[in-house]
Design a protein around this ligand. Structure first.
Ligand SMILES: C[S@@+](CC[C@H](N)C(=O)[O-])C[C@H]1O[C@@H](n2cnc3c(N)ncnc32)[C@H](O)[C@@H]1O
Length: 207
């Protein structure tokens, strides 16, 4: 069974999504603009997309599941949210060619594809924020073929040329939050750390 069919089956009878910010962005939401453009990669039923659209962003939402995209679009309409552009896309071959950044927010939550991940920082606008969360081998209670190996997202973060606002790897999950340098980043970054350290220095948080 292909990915689209498998996820279609899972989403057909799933409950409606409740808008919510990316899990990895807890405590950093104030960094995001209230207008501009967002990209939700492998959006599923679109809880993050709906949240971002409710915040005022125009959102491109991509997923291989036609059921998920159809339900997301219907939910956005029901909530009166404009600016949600859902598209069925198989990301196995990378991002769709017609996708045009730059984006003020890019989210890829619980969909792991290292090659795809490496292409995401390049879509960011100046001061744009990328939130990446994947299953991780670190602290996992059971192995998963979808889990990232230790340090995978940290290496991506260091190679991205972006400011690293968060780098966490524990309890079977890894998250990095990156910000492309821009006019606003310099003065704000010292204020975003939650651990008391200087936000200008990338810091690892681990088990
Ligand atoms: C664990 S879910 C995460 C959904 C959403 N990002 C969230 O955090 O709730 C993984 C998502 O990846 C999508 N997916 C799986 N394979 C895909 C592919 N080849 N191309 C695009 N999306 C895919 C699935 O349809 C599913 O929505």
């Amino acid at each position: 069974m292909d990915d689209g069919t498998r996820w279609d089956e899972r989403y057909r009878d799933a409950p409606d999504p409740v808008p919510r910010p990316p899990d990895g962005l807890t405590g950093l939401v104030h960094l995001l603009p209230e207008e501009g453009r967002a990209l939700d990669v492998a959006c599923g039923l679109g809880a993050v997309t709906l949240w971002a659209a409710g915040r005022g962003l125009a959102v491109d939402a991509l997923d291989v599941s036609a059921v998920a995209i159809r339900r997301l679009t219907a939910r956005a309409d029901a909530l009166g949210l404009t600016g949600v552009h859902g598209r069925v896309a198989d990301l196995a071959a990378g991002l769709p060619e017609h996708l045009s950044g730059p984006y003020d927010l890019v989210v890829c939550q619980r969909f792991r594809d290292p090659a795809l991940h490496r292409s995401l920082p390049g879509l960011l606008a100046p001061d744009g924020v990328l939130v990446l969360t994947v299953l991780s081998d670190v602290g996992a209670t059971a192995p998963s073929r979808f889990a990232a190996e230790a340090g995978e997202l940290s290496r991506l973060a260091r190679a991205s040329g972006c400011e690293v606002l968060r780098d966490v790897e524990r309890h079977g999950e890894a998250t990095v939050v990156l910000r492309r340098p821009g006019p606003r980043s310099g003065s704000a970054c010292g204020a975003v750390r939650e651990d008391g350290r200087d936000g200008r220095k990338p810091a690892r948080e681990g088990p």
